[in-house]
Design a protein around this ligand. Structure first.
Ligand code: PLP
Length: 437
């Protein structure tokens, strides 16, 4: 394989330092189970399940075969006014994994599309029940809800927002990370539930009758792993219910076993009105996302519409046959291998192993839940983010894939991870941290 990259290569890479990458490329040529392999055959232990998505590990034969077979049966069928059986079957299987009542499944092709779809559903529902004045959305600082205009508007990451026009009428809750009060919490921090009450202030300022929905990640991943404080999500649920505001959980990362349960909603015992999904749904083998909606939301939008199309929204590839085949095979693998339970059972070992890095150079916080963890490093005075980026490069060169956001190292291995892999991750990180200035 030719691994040389021309300086003027045609590929404009997403969320990438294009100049640095093209000067010094890091290419992945293949993958199997817990490892990536570089073009020269070097194994890289996958500490991040790709981008939080390859929950069953790489190139699982059942998923590979399902995709190959489906490509020869029905490669594509129009998604509007026509359907194919696998989409109905997968909707049923996904609904079965959702909390009770969220059993109407709308397919998209990514998490970003799932978020924008859920926001539109919220508006459509409020209008359908005579609450058309509810045109405001509430997101949260440090939230990541994808790269669409809806998602970036409710999201709370300045670099993703500052260059682009945003939706009007969006308010933001404060984020819940406070290293001063809750550093090195194991699992859910005890401090911070009161931050949900900020929603009451937003309601008082704008009027409940103007707010359609609140969207949060139950556990925020991309912005550096923010574990919800004990009681926080429950409070958000109570306040939204009281004011007729829909609650959307963005579970693009947290669903399909990442936290040791089918959804974060199930783990925390808090049921939102809409859940966004993607990533683990197909083990990332074919792009796919979805929104799971409460049945009464579907009923209100559909039953109150004029005859004809009820919801003017969808994508050419919604419920794509290859994605459906991958999704069905993926859900089989999760069930056959008991991967959600495996994640739950391994999480104490994971927690213990990661927290053993406390006291290492530059480490100012470690946080974890399920098979997710973050190690936050002290930023360099004039170069925030550079220390973690160096760690990323050193880990990659040493055979470990980590993910960094700012000065946070985030870890989320495939759920097939074994104790020996966890030990290897910790050993490699120990070496790398000691080598950083
Ligand atoms: N929502 C959350 C919580 C995410 O973490 C992500 C991606 O990381 C997205 C939405 C966007 O998903 P995608 O990149 O598939 O559009």
């Amino acid at each position: 394989m030719n691994t040389e990259l021309r300086n003027d290569t045609d590929f404009w890479m997403p969320f990438t330092d294009n100049r640095a990458f093209k000067a010094q490329p890091r290419l992945l040529a293949s993958a199997k189970d817990m490892h990536y392999f570089t073009p020269d055959g070097r194994g890289i232990l996958d500490g991040t399940a790709g981008l939080w998505c390859v929950n069953a590990g790489h190139a699982r034969p059942k998923i590979v075969e399902a995709i190959q077979k489906q490509a020869g049966i029905l490669d594509y069928g129009p998604a509007f006014q026509l359907g194919h059986p696998l989409a109905f079957e997968l909707a049923g299987r996904v609904a079965h994994l959702m909390p009770q009542g969220l059993d109407r499944i709308f397919f998209t092709n990514s998490g970003s599309e799932a978020v924008d779809t859920a926001l539109k559903m919220a508006f459509a529902y409020q209008r359908a029940i005579g609450q058309g004045t509810r045109t405001r959305l509430v997101g949260r600082e440090r939230g990541y809800h994808g790269a669409g205009f809806g998602g970036l508007s409710v999201g709370g990451l300045v670099n993703n927002r500052r260059s682009f026009v945003q939706l009007p009428c969006v308010s933001h809750l404060p984020h819940t990370l406070n290293i001063g009060k809750a550093a090195f919490s194991r699992g859910q921090p005890q401090w911070g539930a009161h931050l949900a009450d900020e929603l009451e202030r937003i309601v008082a300022l704008n009027g409940a009758e103007t707010i359609a929905a609140v969207i949060v990640e139950p556990l925020a991943g991309s912005a550096g792993v923010l574990v919800p404080p004990s009681g926080y999500l429950e409070r958000l649920r109570n306040i939204t219910r009281k004011h007729g505001i829909l609650l959307i959980f963005d579970e693009v990362i947290t669903a399909f076993g990442r936290l040791g349960a089918a959804t974060a909603s199930e783990l925390f015992g808090v049921v939102p009105d809409l859940i966004t999904l993607a990533k683990g749904m197909t083990n990332a083998a074919v792009p796919m996302g979805a929104v799971a909606a409460k049945r009464h939301i579907y009923d209100a939008v559909v039953d109150n519409a004029q005859p004809g199309i009820e919801f003017f929204h969808g994508y050419t590839y919604s419920g794509h046959p290859l994605a459906c085949a991958a999704g069905l095979a993926t859900l089989d693998v999760y069930a056959e291998d008991g991967l959600f339970e495996r994640a739950r059972d391994l999480s104490p070992y994971w927690e213990h192993a990661l927290h053993s890095l406390r006291g290492r150079r530059h480490v100012i916080d470690i946080r974890n839940l399920g098979l997710v963890a973050a190690i936050e490093l002290e930023p360099r005075e004039h170069a925030p983010g550079s220390r973690a980026m160096e760690a990323f490069h050193a880990c990659f060169d040493g055979g470990l894939l980590i993910r960094v956001t700012g000065d946070v190292i985030a870890l989320s291995p495939p759920l097939i991870v074994e104790m020996k892999h966890i030990d290897e991750i910790v050993e490699r990180l120990t070496e790398v941290l000691e080598g950083l200035d």
